[in-house]
Design a protein around this ligand. Sequence first.
Ligand code: ACO
Ligand code: KIV
Length: 518
Amino acid sequence: MEPYCKINDIIKEAIKDITPPESIKIFDTTLRDGEQTPGVSLTPDEKVEIAIALNNIGVDVIEAGFPVSSLGEQEAVKKITSLDLDAEICGLARAVKKDIDVAIDCGVDRIHTFIATSPLHRKYKLKMDKEEVINKAVEAIEYIKSHGIKVEFSAEDATRTEIDYLIEVYKNAVDAGADVINVPDTVGVMIPKAMEYLIREIKKEIDVPISVHCHNDFGLAVANSIAAVEAGAEQIHCTVNGIGERAGNASLEEVVMILKSIYGLNTKIKTEKLTDLSRLVSRLTGIKTQPNKAVVGENAFAHESGIHAHGVLEHALTYEPIPPELVGQKRKIILGKHTGAHAIKAKLKELGIEVGKNVTEEQFKEIINRIKSLGDKGKRVTDADVEAIVEDVTKRTLKSERVVDLEQIAVMTGNRVIPTASVALRINEEVKKASAIGVGPVDAAVKAIQSVIGEKIKLKEYHINAITGGTDALAEVIVTLEGYGKEVTTKAAREDIVRASVEAVIEGINKILRSQVK
Ligand SMILES: CC(=O)SCCNC(=O)CCNC(=O)[C@H](O)C(C)(C)COP(=O)(O)OP(=O)(O)OC[C@H]1O[C@@H](n2cnc3c(N)ncnc32)[C@H](O)[C@@H]1OP(=O)(O)O
Ligand SMILES: CC(C)C(=O)C(=O)O
């Protein structure tokens, strides 16, 4: 398979000696290790919903749960096995007869049985010597096999186990009938070079498929899983969004996309469904995915920096390793403090506005300034903000055509003062001033304008919307004014509600007065 991103000569040279399998099986443990994320607990129906999505995306094995852990877990696993999905359904079991019996009763296709092998776990947790651990593993595997069920065997904490002993455990497991040997990096202490070495050593002695289960305690779960594949591992355990015990597990979406896009290796995953799957798991588990999460994060294909946005608009590969659609994402051009003119022009085009046609070059400059100044206030500029800014800038009567212009406004408000506003308006080259009090600063400001203009024009309706969240939200003010037998509606958008209100009212006054002149 050709990798999706054009892999360069450096990568080709670096990986020329690797020995990966033709295709890699994806063993998804979102419903087992993923559910071990502190605070996460899925109902049977939620587990079923995720299992169906995992099946639809094409995972080979779904570890549906650890049946012995609760009655609800058994109900969930039973519901999943009864769905007759294409994926193999697996249940976890300690090397304990009761665990195995309960898993069998749930109708699973595969039992993943495990026992810890490291000196630490043997001594402090299991209180067993090396031989006892092997005997327990062998007993469990033989018992499962006697029921005609496929066995995947894990030596828990394999990566902190004496390597000779580990290989001895695995050889015994295979002799007892294990179909797949899993190598868990239980506390995420491996580094890629060591993982590659370990898998090569195990493969020299074991001829059933080798799997890895990497934890992310040092942020290396994905890198270690990939290193295992480079050394020939045929199966990777992963979870959607990388959720799992402590710092989590290898993230399914990252593993799959690295294999596909960089190595050109096959999995059965329908990658266009990755983002939807990620959102589903995030919603049902309540574990939010960070925006900068690789592949499925909100920002994985978002560009704000002017230079990047310009590059991407000219040729997407300049700043994107793969097309967003490949993983079910969409490219986003975000406007804000770091935005450049190219990105704003493109965003306006998206909104049906063309510079030189619907907005003048001068208005375009003002739109850029307004967007950047909103960004300077630490805000992310939304499409709604842009639309409001554009409407405000473009619908505003040009200065030369204005009858009334705001020269100055000052407002005073507080808990011990009556809200008061003073305005200075330029009307046909003459500056007129007035002050007024009101129930609040907006009311005072509008009344002050009203007293300069006189009673012939009246404010009929006033609406204010906070377009964006936060106290620094862009406020959109919509007013309807009536005067000289005419009714006009105008709007203005600013972060400052008094200024937005005043601008909307003055805009309306100009419209009415201009209609009188014509
Ligand atoms: C690395 C992993 O992620 S392993 C999976 C971890 N997941 C979970 O633990 C979630 C579900 N777990 C549970 O619901 C419970 O822990 C159960 C039902 C499995 C066991 O509950 P309890 O019987 O109350 O035991 P508890 O959890 O307190 O202790 C674990 C026991 O299992 C033993 N044990 C641990 N692993 C194994 C194993 N692989 N094989 C055999 N025995 C084991 C421990 O030595 C301890 O034995 P002890 O009770 O004789 O001291
Ligand atoms: C059960 C095993 C594979 C496990 O979850 C771990 O070691 O992290």
